[in-house]
Design a protein around this ligand. Structure first.
Ligand SMILES: Nc1ncnc2c1ncn2[C@@H]1O[C@H](COP(=O)(O)OP(=O)(O)OP(=O)(O)O)[C@@H](O)[C@H]1O
Ligand SMILES: [Mg+2]
Length: 372
């Protein structure tokens, strides 16, 4: 009889697909506790749907795959277990290589503008990019991507509905704005909002993504905590203006990500509205919100400054017109957004090389509170 190796077992089991997640159980890392010799193989497989019929089906599929490979004389003992909720989320994110959360603390500092330009900047470089507008109280991405009248379709995959994101400028986009009336303020209670967000992130047909960018609502409240705890965020980008009040809130935002129970690396700070430049005099700089406040904060907190974006009328106009400024290829603002994109890619690469992947925190409630 041929010697049984771990590689051969995993090769055989890689033919078995998790029915809800539609990927093989080996690349999803669902196989555990593998013990074997030349006469027997025992292991566990985690499944998303732990109902009896679904467990039985998985067991039969694993036994069939191994029998085909090693014959009927090898004794197979395979235990099928249910995944914990946090594991389910972690596994669902498997096709998504990096999740970037864009946050601030203070409202109106330009998170959504930065997120839209960053997502398009990444797509322009050939990456596969998704964007979730997680600002359920004031979704603005559908307008910025000029798709505010689109309605995402549902797609039935193995009996489960998945939302299909809307594509614009090479970015796959989902926003609560697609599901609520544009003129109607979306006022939801926290748990409802968190559930809607979780659906957009976990139950959407994203396919493979290099980057999923999250546009967070302003603040550091409960919704932020449950959101950042429910998915493995690779890193956070903090947006601030140079103004003192915005900087104080940016600091709170940074503190939230650095809590022991969250532990999401802060990739750095983007200084938005760093100075005002009139369109006709792009070299003139007026420091109306203060000079280099975010740059100094980055130095104080020992995090990188990822970019300085001027306050320019065309950034606001292009956002409102559904054609973000980075699309105006050679303009000074497009160049500033492209430099910011390059710096963020560099920080993510550095982070992935030097730190362990972020873990989902397996608690849903009772999270530590941050001051808002
Ligand atoms: N650098 C800039 N130059 C000119 N206008 C800008 C700039 N950045 C943002 N804006 C404008 O400022 C307003 C607020 O920006 P944005 O919506 O991106 O902020 P936000 O932080 O996402 O706000 P909220 O906290 O409400 O989600 C928008 O009208 C936007 O077009
Ligand atoms: Mg916003």
């Amino acid at each position: 009889m041929e010697k049984i190796t771990k590689e051969d077992i995993l090769e055989a089991l890689s033919k078995v697909v998790e029915p809800d997640l539609k990927k093989d159980i080996v690349s999803l890392e669902l196989v555990s506790d593998l013990v074997f010799d030349d006469t027997q193989i025992s292991f566990k497989v985690a499944v998303q749907n732990a109902a009896m019929h679904s467990r039985n089906r998985m067991q039969e599929a694993c036994e069939f795959a191994l029998e085909r490979k090693f014959g009927k004389s090898v004794k197979i003992s395979c235990e099928i277990i249910g995944m914990k909720k946090s594991e389910t989320n972690q596994t669902k994110m498997k096709g998504i290589k990096n999740i970037i959360a864009v946050a601030s603390g203070k409202g109106g500092v330009g998170k959504s503008t930065i997120t839209a330009n960053l997502a398009i900047g990444l797509a322009q470089k050939g990456y596969k990019v998704g964007l979730v507008d997680a600002d359920i109280y004031g979704p603005s991405q559908p307008l910025m991507f000029d798709v505010q009248h689109e309605k995402p379709l549902g797609k039935n995959i193995n009996g489960k509905q998945h939302i299909v994101p809307i594509e614009s400028y090479g970015v796959k986009l989902l926003s609560i704005g697609f599901f609520a009336d544009v003129n109607q303020a979306v006022i939801w209670r926290g748990p409802m909002a968190t559930k809607a967000l979780a659906q957009m992130v976990f139950d959407a047909d994203w396919g493979e993504l290099d980057y999923l960018v999250l546009d967070l609502p302003p603040g550091t409240g409960d919704i932020h905590l449950s959101l950042v705890q429910s998915m493995p965020i690779t890193g956070a980008v903090i947006v601030s203006t140079p103004q003192n009040i915005a900087l104080a809130d940016a600091r709170k935002g940074i503190n939230m990500f650095q809590l022991d129970t969250i532990n999401v690396p802060v990739l750095g700070i983007v200084e938005n509205m760093a100075w005002f430049s009139p369109e006709e005099l792009p070299n003139n700089k007026y420091f109306i919100f203060g000079n280099e406040g975010a740059k100094n904060l980055a130095a104080q907190l020992d995090v990188p400054l990822l970019g300085q974006i001027p306050l320019v009328q065309s950034i606001r106009e292009s956002g409102d017109a559904g054609r973000p400024a980075i699309l105006q290829e050679t303009s000074p603002t497009a160049i500033a957004f492209k430099e910011m994109t390059d710096n963020i890619i560099e920080q993510i690469n550095w982070r992935n090389e030097s730190l362990d992947p972020t873990k989902i925190v397996p608690v849903e409630y009772g999270a530590p509170k941050c001051s808002t």
